[in-house]
Ligand binder design. Sequence first.
Ligand SMILES: C[S@@+](CC[C@H](N)C(=O)[O-])C[C@H]1O[C@@H](n2cnc3c(N)ncnc32)[C@H](O)[C@@H]1O
Length: 265
Amino acid sequence: MSTDPYAGFKAAQREGWALFAPLETLTTPPAGLLVEFAGVGAGERVLDVACGTGVVAVTAARRGAEVRALDLSPVLLERGLHNATLAGVPVDFTEGDVEALPYPDAHFDVVLSQFGHMFAPRPELAISEMLRVLKPGGRIAFSTWPPEMFTGRMFQLISQYLPPPPGISATTDWGDPALVSERLGSAVKELTFLREIMSSPALSPAHYRTAFERTAAPVIKLVETLKDDAPRLAAFRAELEALITPYLKHNVLRQDFLMSRAIKC
Ligand SMILES: C[S@@+](CC[C@H](N)C(=O)[O-])C[C@H]1O[C@@H](n2cnc3c(N)ncnc32)[C@H](O)[C@@H]1O
């Protein structure tokens, strides 16, 4: 029997993210930016945490790194293997949890996560695991959503309709440089931040919303929860479209994301 108090939450995440694959077209460009920001080089041992379909892992492997990638979702890992095969690069994909990484201490030169480790319910545990498997002098780098940008605000809207279970940290906390700095603490040095822009094509706010209702775990779950409450579901959809509208111009939704990088002491 599992002793993880969040086992049920993680089982739901594992199922919920299974439909994420189409969104890899949106996360592919930022993956290129994260791998460059982390300065991944040939021959380095790299770990991609919460890898989804492996966009970061494959990008790092194409630079000649020796890459391992881990995610809760077996469906996405299978797609990751397909992506690595298409690219003609080896990536070792493993099913697992960022809060209990199945790797030895001080094993990797670089540990990365793109819009991934922020979904772990216990940020302190996730970060301590990511730092544990990193060599002293190695780099940790991750991308997250600032709370005041579209995706951060969407997560906050979702929490208003469907509050997270007690004790679970807000994913958008990871988009706040002050909190990132606090969580990494004295275990790292040379903490650096860079904001970049992510662009997502959409024909209308409803077009973007429906794409997310089909693919993004938190939105899928909320819509499923509200399926028998038509007025509340309609209210959520209207609020989400209102949130999308100011970010959408010339058929592209543009928003900043935050990249954080540090060296393990
Ligand atoms: C928004 S997707 C990002 C996927 C990928 N990194 C990308 O940029 O395309 C979030 C991913 O986090 C994974 N995830 C959520 N909680 C996790 C956990 N506790 N351990 C490992 N992976 C987790 C999900 O399965 C999903 O693949």
